[in-house]
Design a protein around this ligand. Structure first.
Ligand code: ZN
Length: 373
C-alpha cells in the first residue's frame, strides 16, 4: 500500500497535466476573461472637448477656425445640434452609440474623471512613447526620428508565444517605425509610403497605386485614407493579433487651423473604427474574442485662438481621453470619479490579453481599473 501511493499520485498528476495540455493555451485563455486579439486606434491630438461635447460653434469662424464663410453654414448643419450629447453623437456616432454603451470612456472632467499625460511635454512622440511603453521618458523630448529605447507593449507582445510576427502598427506618420522600434522589435510598421509594404494581390497593388496618386500634402505625414484602407486590408488578409493604428489628420488639420477639416477628420476616424470593428466581428477568429482601445497622444489649446496648438506652452493640452470595449469589459459607460494617466494604456492592452506587462516592465503604470471582468 505504502509503495503504491506515490504511483497513484504520479498517475493523477500525469492525468491532470495531460488534461491541461489537451485544452491548449487558447482553451485556457477562453476559460478566463482574456481576449485573443486587441485593436488600438489613436486620433492624434483630438481634444476631449469635441470628444465629450462635439462641435464648438465658437470655432466655426474664418479668423479662429479657418472656415471659409461659404462653408460655415454647411458645417453647422452637419455637426451642430441642440445638446452636447447630440453634438458628440453626430460627430462620433460609433464611439457614442457603441463604444460608450458597450464599453468604458475615461476623461470626462465633468464627472471627476480626468486622464492626464505624465510626460509634461504634450506633443506626439513623448505621448506615443508614454502610452505604448507605459511610462514617460525625459529622453524622448522631440519628434525626431530616433529609435525608441524603451520596451513598448507591442515589442513585448511580439516576442510572446503565440504573438510572434502577429503584431502590426499602421500610421500616417513616418516617425511611427521609430516609435515602435520596428527593426529591433520586429513589429510590422507602416507609417508612410505604400499602403501595403509587401503587395500580394491585385487589391494590394491598387491600394498602393491610389496612395501614390494622392497629394503629398504634409512633410512626414500622409493622408489617413491610405493608412485606414491599408490597415483594414492588412488586418483582413494578414490577421495580426494586435493591430495598432495611429491616425494623424485630426492633428494636421488643427495645426493648419481648419476646424471644418479637423471635425471631418474626426468623423472619418470614427467611421474607420466602426469599419475595423465590424470587420473583426465578421471574422471567426476575431468575433467575440477581440477588444478595442481608443486614445490620443495629447490635447490642444482650449480657446478659439490657441485650439490649434499644443506643447509645453499650452497647459490645456494636458488632459486627454481613452476608451476600452471588449467582450469581457464591463459596460460601465462614461466612468465617474476615475483618475487615470496616459501611461496606463500599455498595461491595459496586455491585461485585456490576459498578460502582465508590468512583470516585464516594472516601471510601467498599471492597467486602467475594472476594464477586465
Ligand atoms: Zn501636433
Amino acid at each position: 500500500m505504502r509503495r503504491r501511493r506515490p504511483l497513484l499520485l504520479l498517475l493523477a498528476a500525469a492525468a491532470f497535466a495531460f488534461e491541461a495540455r489537451a485544452q491548449g493555451p487558447s482553451a485556457q485563455r477562453r476559460a478566463t476573461t482574456a481576449v485573443d486579439n486587441v485593436l488600438v486606434v489613436t486620433f492624434d491630438g483630438f481634444r476631449w472637448q469635441e470628444l465629450f461635447g462635439g462641435y464648438e460653434g465658437a470655432f466655426n469662424t474664418k479668423a479662429d477656425g479657418g472656415v471659409a464663410v461659404a462653408a460655415q453654414e454647411p458645417l453647422k448643419a452637419r455637426f451642430d445640434r441642440a445638446t452636447p450629447q447630440a453634438r458628440r453623437e453626430t460627430l462620433l456616432p460609433f464611439f457614442w452609440t457603441v463604444v460608450a454603451r458597450e464599453g468604458q470612456v475615461f476623461g470626462d472632467a465633468s464627472r471627476k474623471s480626468r486622464v492626464r499625460i505624465t510626460n509634461g511635454l504634450w506633443f506626439s512622440y513623448p505621448g506615443y512613447n508614454e502610452m505604448l511603453s507605459g511610462a514617460a521618458d525625459p529622453r524622448i523630448d522631440s519628434n525626431d526620428k530616433k529609435v525608441n529605447p524603451n520596451l513598448t507593449v507591442l515589442e513585448w507582445l511580439n516576442r510572446r508565444p503565440g504573438f510572434e510576427g502577429r503584431v502590426a502598427a499602421y500610421g500616417s506618420w513616418d516617425v511611427l517605425p521609430f516609435i515602435v522600434a520596428a527593426e529591433r522589435s520586429g513589429v510590422h510598421a507602416n507609417g508612410d509610403g505604400p499602403a501595403i509594404l509587401e503587395p500580394a494581390s491585385e487589391r494590394d497593388h491598387l491600394l498602393n497605386a491610389v496612395t501614390d496618386d494622392l497629394p503629398h500634402y504634409w512633410a512626414g505625414g500622409r493622408f489617413d485614407a491610405p493608412t485606414m484602407q491599408g490597415a483594414l486590408e492588412y488586418f483582413r488578409t494578414r490577421k495580426p493579433r494586435v493591430l495598432y493604428v495611429m491616425l494623424g489628420e485630426t492633428d494636421e488639420w488643427a495645426h493648419g487651423r481648419r476646424y471644418d477639416l479637423y471635425l471631418d477628420a474626426a468623423w472619418r476616424s470614427d467611421r474607420f473604427v466602426k469599419r475595423l470593428w465590424e470587420l473583426a466581428q465578421s471574422l471567426p477568429e476575431y468575433r467575440g474574442r477581440t477588444a478595442l482601445v481608443l486614445a490620443t497622444d495629447h490635447g490642444r489649446g482650449a480657446m478659439p485662438a490657441d485650439w490649434t496648438d499644443h506643447g509645453e506652452k499650452v497647459p490645456a493640452a494636458e488632459p486627454i481621453w481613452m476608451a476600452v470595449m471588449g467582450p469581457h469589459t464591463p459596460a460601465l459607460g462614461v466612468r465617474e470619479g476615475v483618475e487615470a494617466t496616459q501611461s496606463q494604456l500599455a498595461a491595459t492592452v496586455a491585461a485585456l490579453l490576459g498578460q502582465d506587462f508590468r512583470a516585464a516592465s516594472p516601471a510601467a503604470a498599471p492597467s486602467l481599473p475594472d476594464v477586465v471582468r
